[in-house]
Design a protein around this ligand. Structure first.
Ligand SMILES: *Cc1c(COP(=O)(O)O)cnc(C)c1O
Length: 384
């Protein structure tokens, strides 16, 4: 792309980080499937020595997503968890982190079962209440790890307030932006320090690759993350980087359809007599609808609804035919899942219920199919 052309989001999706291949002019960045690079002479090379350290396909994906998030650099990892693990290396023994209570289950497992062994400490609070963040701070707190919207009840955290708290206590703020994607929410614009993604979800968007990305602004953050990426080696493969680039080209189009379908299904479910409650930030009765309107552009494709009992939930989960019963999210296909026994099965029952994850709760990742067909499928499953 022309170096100083200031492009808008949809254009960045298609072009950012990508240049015609210098050898052939190929318009699509090739999959540089190579482990090493031949050096011209001793100490003379083209900036590429070994693919754990540098790879052109990975660099293109990193630059692309850095541009979409408005950051200065992207650092790509083999999965979302590898990216979050790299972020946790900013903390050293004795440090403390405040984490959004309903954080992704894998994040909770990593922090509690791996990082605690290295004397890191974590508090999980409902970060939709700023006073609860403040109450959890200790003299050892170094980082706030925020997920907004959070899984599976789509609770939001106010980024303006969170960054204010972080600034006045000298904390690093991280936002897991997987659920919203940079199309719906750009945390760095609010002064957040690091954005992390499971690119497995909306960014790749086609349920055919795993990956993770951290986008950073500060030099110290960028340097350390690059160092860890190379030192620990949990890198994104050239093929997965290529799939990711193919995915982000259509991100804006896909997100528009995910959001439109999400809103349509949320409205349909709200009006259905068998549905007790719908959780979707785009509905006026969502407790943080006003915040969602301010902080997000479009409300995304994730929603949850409560049918009141495990039996009722089971009937719908087994009765759908267009929706696939599966974990994960963010692909073009609509998925349906049961948080209590699937994504949140490892959370102790009393804690799970205290967080509102009831036995009758169903989560949907709305795909880009025709909303009418998705409604028909839910209608017939709900009527049985
Ligand atoms: C899936 C997910 C992760 C973990 O990503 P992987 O690519 O599965 O390792 C982290 N955070 C959120 C919000 C996710 O949905």
């Amino acid at each position: 792309m022309i170096a100083n052309f200031k492009a808008r989001f949809k254009t960045l999706c298609v072009h950012a980080g990508q240049h015609p291949d210098p050898t052939t002019g190929a318009i699509v960045t090739p999959i540089y499937q190579t482990s090493t690079y031949v050096q011209e002479a001793l100490g003379q090379h083209k900036g590429y020595e070994y693919s754990r350290t540098q790879n052109p396909t990975r660099e293109a994906a990193e630059a692309n997503i850095a541009a979409l998030e408005g950051g200065r650099a992207g650092i790509a990892f083999a999965s979302g968890m590898a990216a979050i693990d790299a972020i946790s290396t900013f903390l050293i023994s004795g440090d403390h982190m405040v984490v959004t209570e309903n954080t992704y289950g894998g994040t909770y497992r990593l922090f509690e079962q791996v990082r605690r062994r290295y004397q890191l400490d974590f508090s999980y609070v409902d970060t939709s209440y700023p006073d609860r963040i403040i109450a959890a701070l200790t003299p050892k707190t170094k980082m706030l790890f925020i997920e907004t919207p959070a899984n599976p009840l789509l609770g939001l955290t106010d980024l303006v307030t969170t960054v204010e708290i972080a600034r006045s206590h000298d904390l690093t703020v991280v936002v897991d932006n997987t659920f919203a994607s940079p199309c719906a929410q750009r945390p760095l614009d609010y002064g957040v320090d690091l954005v992390v993604h499971s690119t497995t979800k909306y960014l790749n968007g086609h349920a055919d690759s795993l990956g993770g990305m951290v986008v950073a602004v500060g030099n110290d953050h960028i340097e350390w993350l690059r160092f860890v990426q190379n030192a620990a080696g949990a890198i994104l493969s050239p093929f997965d980087a290529w799939l990711l680039l193919r995915g982000t080209k259509t991100l804006a189009l896909r997100m528009a359809q995910h959001s439109a379908n999400g809103l349509a299904l949320a409205k349909f479910l709200s009006a259905h007599p068998k549905v007790e409650r719908v959780f979707y930030p785009g509905l006026p009765d969502h407790p943080q609808h006003e915040l969602a309107t301010r902080q997000m552009q479009g409300f995304g494709g994730m929603l949850a609804f409560d049918l009141g009992s495990l039996e009722a939930a089971r009937t719908v989960l087994n009765g759908v035919s267009l929706f696939s019963l599966a974990e994960s999210l963010g692909g073009v296909e609509s998925l349906i899942s049961h948080p209590a026994t699937m994504t949140h099965a490892s959370v102790p029952t009393d804690q799970r219920l205290a967080r509102g994850i009831t036995d009758g709760l169903i989560r949907i990742s709305v795909g880009i199919e025709d909303a009418g067909d998705l409604e028909d499928d839910l209608r017939q499953a709900l009527s049985s």
